[in-house]
Design a protein. Structure first.
Length: 101
């Protein structure tokens, strides 16, 4: 049984890919990796074989992992589209007025 290090977001505890730059669930950006046992922080390459400070390695990969359900984004309300068009038109009119002076 091989113990591979597993990576988790320290904001929401979601398991993330080793190469992830941000958490897919909460969006937190990862600048370094922190050991959950001793708190040692370093870049992800330092943790290839577990924590270099205390040797901690997460449980085997056979442990149950909750399924993450992705909720698709629906259509935006019509007022968002209308407001965007109005803002664009106002910006163009203001630009033309400044250029005309």
């Amino acid at each position: 049984m091989s113990k591979k290090p597993r990576f988790f977001c320290d904001n929401c505890n979601t398991e993330v890919d080793r190469n992830a730059n941000a958490c897919p669930k909460c969006g937190k950006f990862f600048a370094s990796v922190r050991c959950p046992k001793c708190g040692f922080s370093a870049d992800d390459n330092s943790f290839l074989n577990g924590c270099p400070a205390c040797g901690y390695s997460a449980p085997p990969t056979g442990a149950a992992r909750p399924e993450v359900k992705m909720i698709p984004a629906g259509k935006l309300p019509i007022w968002v589209y209308v407001l965007s068009v109005v803002a664009f038109v106002v910006a163009i009119v203001v630009l033309f007025i400044k250029v005309a002076r």
